[in-house]
Design a protein around this ligand. Structure first.
Ligand SMILES: NC(=O)c1ccc[n+]([C@@H]2O[C@H](COP(=O)([O-])OP(=O)(O)OC[C@H]3O[C@@H](n4cnc5c(N)ncnc54)[C@H](O)[C@@H]3O)[C@@H](O)[C@H]2O)c1
Length: 371
């Protein structure tokens, strides 16, 4: 198969969909890989490394879309790319269709096959191509939080791990899923006093088994949240209710009960945030202060560490990309059920029910294309 890797052009997106190592794996299997000039630069992979792996460099985005049977990307195509997409072309990338109607309409019109990273789903309902970014964001939440706790950045001026003779900081993590667990590991590793709150008892039993002694678990409810926020130095929002807006576990009135200089890192900001006063911020301007409480609510945290994020993402996407390249999307989906819910739009039909419902579009069951 001919695979094209365009350079990401969305504002501040430095990731790339395929590393030189990934290109080599595909080329070894007889596929041809074209990479747009400088596509890997933002992640630290220069053209020369792709060439060494056997890929060919193309000068423009137009040439890359023109030649490829499968386009591998990171972010959804933006408007200037719509016209480059060809009928029957396979696009393997994040789409988040339900959040943007013009993109959905453009992909319907293109008659391309759109396989969305975010809806590829394993039989245990986990989302293997979302997990790596949650892992990055969870770990980063503590790195950022520790930084903003410093006095010059308007934090409390407390060192996360304390020092001999001085107590460590208290870290409260709301939600013990992927983000929460990774955040807890990082905070615990730095010596902080960590509490994870969740509503799932099985999840908390698991966490209690695997976490070090400086991590405790506690049932998430309003009473417990109100009690613990009074003492917390750093609070990480990591709650997810699939398909719904995040619940506001910390409301506006609770800020006055916190210590001045407390830092809130609401990772769940992309689902509306689990802190009422959270509004999306950017890496250029990541924080704001309300009632002496520092809010960090960057919606694309992994974007700041493109080297790690690219490697983490491509570790997860490459096995699927290989199946798609070896077999074509239809046979690959027939053989691997994970890929079936990833199919969102095929040949002008919306084959993912939630997307059809979001915009009142006709829904075509995906089975029509897999029979
Ligand atoms: N800002 C970013 O850059 C970024 C990056 C990656 C992920 N995220 C977001 O982070 C959030 C968490 O993602 P995840 O992968 O960890 O999800 P997850 O499904 O693995 O974990 C969510 C956890 O929240 C728990 N939960 C649900 N309701 C709760 C409540 N009322 N109180 C406490 N816990 C509750 C669930 O039981 C679950 O354990 C999502 O909104 C995701 O989109 C943001």
């Amino acid at each position: 198969m001919i695979i094209g890797v365009p350079k990401e052009i969305k504002n501040n997106e430095n990731r790339v969909a395929l590393t030189p190592a990934g290109a080599k794996e595909l080329i070894k299997r007889g596929h041809t890989v074209y990479v747009q000039h400088t596509a890997g630069d933002g992640s630290g992979f220069p053209d020369a490394e792709y060439e060494l792996a056997g890929a060919k460099i193309l000068p423009t985005i137009e040439a890359t879309y023109q030649i490829a049977e499968m386009i591998m990307k990171v972010k959804e195509p933006i408007e200037s790319e719509y016209k480059l997409i060809k009928e029957g072309q396979l696009l393997f990338t994040y789409f988040h269709f339900a959040s943007y109607e013009p993109l959905t309409n453009a992909m319907i019109e293109s008659k391309a096959t759109c396989l969305a990273y975010e809806t590829v789903e394993k039989t245990d309902r986990s989302l293997p191509l979302l997990v790596p970014m949650s892992e990055v964001a969870g770990r980063m939440a503590i790195q950022k939080g520790a930084n903003y706790l410093e006095k010059p950045l308007k934090g409390r001026g407390i060192l996360l791990g304390g020092v001999p003779g001085v107590l460590p900081a208290k870290v409260l993590i709301l939600g013990g899923g992927i983000v929460g667990t990774q955040a807890a590991w990082m905070a615990a590793g730095l010596g902080a006093d960590v509490t994870i709150m969740d509503v799932s008892l099985p999840r908390m039993r698991y966490l209690a088994d695997v976490m070090p002694a400086n991590v405790k678990t506690m049932m998430s409810n309003e009473y417990n949240v109100r009690t613990l926020i009074k003492d917390a130095d750093l609070i990480v929002g990591a709650v997810l209710i699939p398909g719904a807006k995040a619940p506001h576990l910390i409301t506006r009135d609770m800020l006055k009960d916190m210590k001045p200089g407390t830092v809130l890192v609401d990772v769940a900001v992309d689902q509306g945030g689990c802190i009422e006063t959270c509004r999306p911020t950017t890496h250029e301007n990541p924080t704001y202060i309300i009632d002496d409480v520092v809010h960090y609510c960057v919606a694309n945290m992994p974007g700041a560490v493109p080297y790690t994020s690219t490697l983490a993402l491509t570790n997860a996407t490459l096995p699927y990309a290989i199946q798609l390249a070896d077999k074509g999307w239809k046979k690959a989906a027939q053989d691997n059920a994970d890929l079936v819910p990833g199919l969102n739009v095929i040949n002008g039909d919306v084959v993912y029910q939630a997307v059809a419902e979001a915009f009142n579009l006709p829904y075509t069951p995906v089975e029509k294309y897999l029979a």
